[in-house]
Design a protein around this ligand. Structure first.
Ligand code: NAP
Length: 333
């Protein structure tokens, strides 16, 4: 004989038990925001509401607009991605603008999130803000162990301050504010500007133009520097994991493993092959290389996510080139 028994709420599946959460993503129109929107469509849980905002919803450099847009949604969780982001050559020209923009955005977002008692805020640093002179592989705790590379001091110090703010808000107000630290990011909806872009989108656009105009490809620098690159869709999955599961007070790197680090020269070969470019490739060694390498350790990430599989770089670049070709008219160029 079977008896109906009272169902203890603790026996219900997690998603029914879980309280409703509203996750607000600042910078929702950027490269990472775009990737998150696509991944969330597939991975969203029933108790989650995701809201993506950008500068059209409110200029986060302004405290009143920041308060208005965040209070409109009253999020329980915030993924704070909004930032002035650019490649090394633009950073050199606009260090001061980048510093002031990011400081204003970050100060305002943190202030309002504290005021409305957001349960968890995760902001996004970058591995490129780490000290110029360090031992390798770099670990999370080395963030303040020396000055960053001079080319990007504005960006780097504005991002380092997020770590300082996490600690101050936690100590003084008990806020659950923390940061994750992705390595060099690439993917659809990146900034493909020929002057301002990061290395991968800049290369993809240059190769596209060289193919069209039948000219040689000139690459700035020697091609020797080494980098770890993460595909934006992979980072989006990791960000979703972090906002749901990660509660460590200390930062965590999100990167492909050390073995997957590649030289700029190898990267150029992949972009050239995947674009079907047949012309000459010339490295202009009069242009600066930036930091030779910035290898980060993925030991901490692997403790939490030993089986996470990253998209192979050739596949990610193929997808990014496809997106760029299809969206050439509207892409940020
Ligand atoms: P992105 O494509 O440049 O997008 C920047 C986002 O910030 C956009 O949605 C933009 O909105 C928003 N934003 C900028 N200024 C704003 C303002 N004053 N008010 C409101 N919103 C503003 O950036 P991303 O490459 O996706 O980067 C996302 C995060 O990852 C950033 O925090 C970045 O520092 C970090 N990160 C990036 C990389 C990388 O290689 N790209 C590597 C490591 C970490 P609009 O579209 O309306 O302007």
């Amino acid at each position: 004989m079977r008896f109906h028994r009272f169902v203890d709420p603790k026996d219900l599946p997690n998603f029914i038990m879980d309280e409703k959460v509203t996750i607000l993503v600042t910078g929702g129109s950027g490269m990472l925001g775009y990737a998150l929107q696509r991944v969330v469509k597939v991975e969203k849980r029933p108790n989650e509401e995701w809201i993506f905002i950008n500068s059209k919803d409110g200029d986060l450099r302004d405290i009143n607009q920041t308060r208005k847009v965040i209070e409109k949604y009253m999020p329980t969780h915030v993924l704070h991605l909004a930032s002035a982001v650019s490649g090394m050559f633009r950073n050199i020209k606009f260090n001061s603008d980048v510093l002031l923009t990011n400081q204003s955005i970050n100060t305002n977002v943190y202030q309002v999130c504290k005021d409305i008692k957001v349960k968890k805020l995760i902001s996004c640093l970058s591995t490129c803000i780490y000290p110029d002179n360090v031992t390798y592989p770099i670990t999370e705790s080395m963030l303040h162990n020396g000055a960053p590379h001079i080319t990007s001091i504005g960006y780097s110090f504005s991002k380092r301050m997020l770590d300082v703010m996490n600690r101050c808000y936690r100590m003084q107000y008990g806020c659950n504010f923390l940061s994750v630290i992705p390595t060099n990011l690439y993917g659809p909806n990146d900034n493909f500007s020929l002057e301002d872009a990061h290395v991968i989108p800049g290369l993809i656009h240059k190769v596209h133009r060289c193919k069209k105009e039948d000219t040689p490809l000139i690459v700035w620098g020697t091609g020797k520097p080494l980098r770890q690159f993460i595909f934006s869709y992979d980072l989006a999955k990791l960000m979703i994991w972090a906002i749901r599961e990660y509660n460590d007070e200390e930062n965590i790197f999100f990167s492909v493993d050390e073995d997957d680090e590649i030289s700029i020269k190898e990267l150029v070969e992949i972009v050239v092959e995947e674009s079907g470019f047949k012309g000459d490739v010339v490295f202009d060694e009069t242009k600066t290389d930036g930091q030779y390498k910035k290898t980060v350790s993925t030991a901490k990430m692997r403790q939490f996510l030993p089986d996470f599989k990253f998209t192979p770089i050739r596949e990610g670049i193929r997808e990014t080139i496809r997106w760029f070709e299809e969206n050439y008219e509207t892409a940020r160029t």
